[in-house]
Ligand binder design. Sequence first.
Ligand SMILES: [Zn+2]
Length: 271
Amino acid sequence: MPINNLAKASPNEIDAELARLNVELTKAEQILVALRKRRRDRIERGEVDLADELVVQIEQACSAADACEAAAMPFEQEFTRRGGWTRAWLVLNTGGHVHRTAACRTCFPTTKFAWLTHLSGRDEVEIVDLAGKAACTECYPSAPVEVRNQPSRIKTSEQLAQSAGREQRARAKAAKAISSPDGTPLRTKHCGLIETEFTARRSYADLLSYARYLTRQNVVFHRASIAEHQEDARLILAALSAKHGRTEDDLREELAPKVEAKWTREHSKWG
Ligand SMILES: [Zn+2]
């Protein structure tokens, strides 16, 4: 999400953008290192022309890295202007600790961190509470013992995004799903288990159109079957009514054209 007004942006937004730029910068620097090494190798082999071909690419990688640093500058300045805010980093290995700074002396230059930008600006007590036993004792020396005995509830931004995605998919699925008014699966005698609203609406039209066909054929002979089809349709109507908080009459009226269409298209033509 682009930040339009830096002065109004939250610490999360600013740090998320800085984290993104950090990733870009690291990529550009890695490319630069690889290109420079390739150029040196070619020079050593006496392949001067081939080595020169890399100069343009090296310059491009340099300017990409410079651009990242320049883009990060206003965000860093905003951090300073506001007198800073809390930040948290999680070391990316099993049982990795949460630190208030990536410069913590218990870490190494090679330590891999996830910057927990969603916690930027949060109360440190809250961060320590979430971190539980994962809170670095060096960074958070005042964390109470009972907090230190709690399991960590820290998640990385990626994990949070993943679970948000899962929730969204579950919501979308629930929006399409249908069940009996009491929440149990919607089972019908003639259409079996109905799991989606789409199937429910289609089945409703099928059932009533077919009941109409049976009625035309021989209402006395098919009395039991007609009643069963009508009962199935009633169950579906009740389910739709419960799901949408609408009356059965309202839904019956809405679905009537579907029943009519099914009848015209199919069952009315049966002999
Ligand atoms: Zn630490």
